[in-house]
Design a protein around this ligand. Structure first.
Ligand code: AMP
Ligand code: GLY
Length: 436
């Protein structure tokens, strides 16, 4: 790791006493991201007990899964109080937008994940644009419309194609990069008919390579994690439909320490400052979807949570007490020096079920997972379950295989060796993650 990168991860401050001696953690979510979070949290010296709601096969290895509905906040808070929870860690976006952090904070339970007002940076794209405009954060120019008819009229008038976005949360299906005007109008009609698309954005199309920058935040300070590149399209060479993410490389070599500094200081810190100034500080992980244009980095979107599968590649690259840092963020007292970056690379390859990203086939037995005996390979469960015949598929993205290595090539080779060996009917995955 270069001196400059180290400086970004550990800017200032002295180590104070550890936050708390023992910790009962409530983890919200059920994907590969949550398995990675559970794995990392369980390695903390403060870790005592994990409850996952609803959890999955992976999180179940570190504690108890509780099959609770995520929309009953009162019952969840009640569970947190009964179980003496010291920290809630929220994986997915929907509960944040619904105010899960507000509910737990009101009950005095620290929560890693922003309250609903700050989570709007993800749950409302027009709100994110407004914040970026107010703070001068570089992003694509956008026009906001409160009805599909107005958006369509504007597009017709302009005579050109636009990137069409639904304002609200849409499970990663709320964006269409239209190539021509008819496709733009079709996207307006389709997204405008969804609940997330009551309000629509028409955005200028930017060109460049994409990058995910996640940074832990305590409401004021940001601690950037290693950079990551997701591969969102289903097919090799970035072809085919969009997915939740087919694989990730971390860190991204083309991002120099100076460029990361620029992204953090000119694209992310102003947003954190603005949310704090409005009385809605952001505590959690701020995820910037960045596109590197010829004119410099531009923000495509913000998320208020860890990316999935980004977390499966980035968390294994961290050293230091992760749980302690999550707690410190939740209580507004981040000590950036608690975490360090491990040397080397991580490559995560997502193994998918037949049918994904459409309706996946489930219930197929999975073989070869328990045989993995390599310290440099991690298996994260996403859509798996224990059926009568043992481990089986239970979702679209089934398993993430993360290979680690001192070089990208080694990390990649390890991930693919195991990706090939894990077997289930209908398995498919991209063969070109980290290939360029
Ligand atoms: P978003 O959820 O806003 O990040 O959009 C999903 C994907 O759509 C991004 O990862 C980009 O590949 C693409 N995209 C979004 N906005 C733009 C834009 N303004 N120009 C080009 N591509 C975009
Ligand atoms: N992998 C993209 C996301 O989590 O939003």
């Amino acid at each position: 790791m270069s001196q400059a990168e180290y400086a970004i991860l550990a800017p200032d401050g002295v180590n104070e006493e550890v936050s708390t001696a023992t910790m009962n953690v409530l983890l919200i979510g059920s994907g590969g991201r949550e398995h990675a979070l559970a794995w990392k949290i369980a390695r903390s010296s403060h870790f005592t007990r994990l409850l996952s709601v609803p959890g999955n096969t992976g999180t179940g290895r570190y504690g108890q899964n509780v099959p609770f509905p995520l929309n009953d906040l009162e019952a969840l808070v009640d569970l947190g109080q009964r179980e003496d929870i010291n920290l809630v860690v929220v994986g997915p976006d929907n509960p944040l937008a619904d105010g899960i952090a507000d509910a737990f904070s009101a009950a005095g339970i620290p929560t890693f994940g922003p309250k609903a007002a700050a989570a709007r940076i993800e749950s409302s794209k027009s709100f994110a644009k407004e914040i970026m405009a107010a703070t001068g954060v570089p992003t694509a120019a956008a026009h906001v419309f409160d009805s599909p008819a107005e958006a369509a009229a504007f597009a017709q008038q302009s005579g050109q194609p636009w990137v069409v976005k639904a304002d609200g949360l849409a499970l990663g299906k709320g964006v269409v990069v239209a190539d021509d005007l008819p496709a733009t109008l079709a996207a307006i009609a389709r997204l405008g008919a969804t609940p997330a698309g009551k309000r629509l954005l028409l955005e200028e199309r930017l060109e460049g390579r994409e990058l995910s920058v996640m940074a832990l935040c305590d409401g004021e300070r940001l601690l950037p994690l290693p950079t990551a590149r997701d591969h969102k399209r289903l097919g090799e060479g970035d072809t085919g439909p969009n997915t939740g993410g087919m694989g990730v490389v971390a860190p991204v070599d083309e991002v120099t320490p100076a460029l990361l500094d620029q992204i953090v200081n000119s694209c992310m810190q102003p947003v954190v400052n603005e949310l704090a100034a409005r009385g809605t500080p952001f505590r959690g992980v701020l995820y910037a979807g960045v596109i590197l244009t010829r004119a410099g980095p531009r923000i495509l979107e913000f998320n208020a949570r860890f990316g999935d599968p980004e977390a499966q590649a980035v968390l294994p690259l961290l050293e230091g007490d992760f749980l302690e840092v999550l707690y410190d963020c939740a209580v507004g007292n981040l000590h950036p020096e608690t975490l360090r970056r491990r040397k080397g690379y991580a490559v995560c390859v997502v193994l998918c079920a037949e049918g994904y990203p459409g309706k996946p086939r489930t219930g197929d037995p999975i073989r070869g997972v328990e045989a993995v005996d390599d310290e440099q390979v991690l298996i994260f469960h996403a859509g798996t379950a224990i059926g009568p015949a043992g481990l089986c598929t239970a979702g679209g993205r089934v398993i993430g295989v993360t290979g680690l290595g001192s070089t990208l090539a080694r990390a990649r080779a390890r991930a693919y060796e195991i990706a090939e060996r894990v077997a289930f009917e209908g398995k498919h995955y991209r063969k070109d993650i980290g290939a360029e």
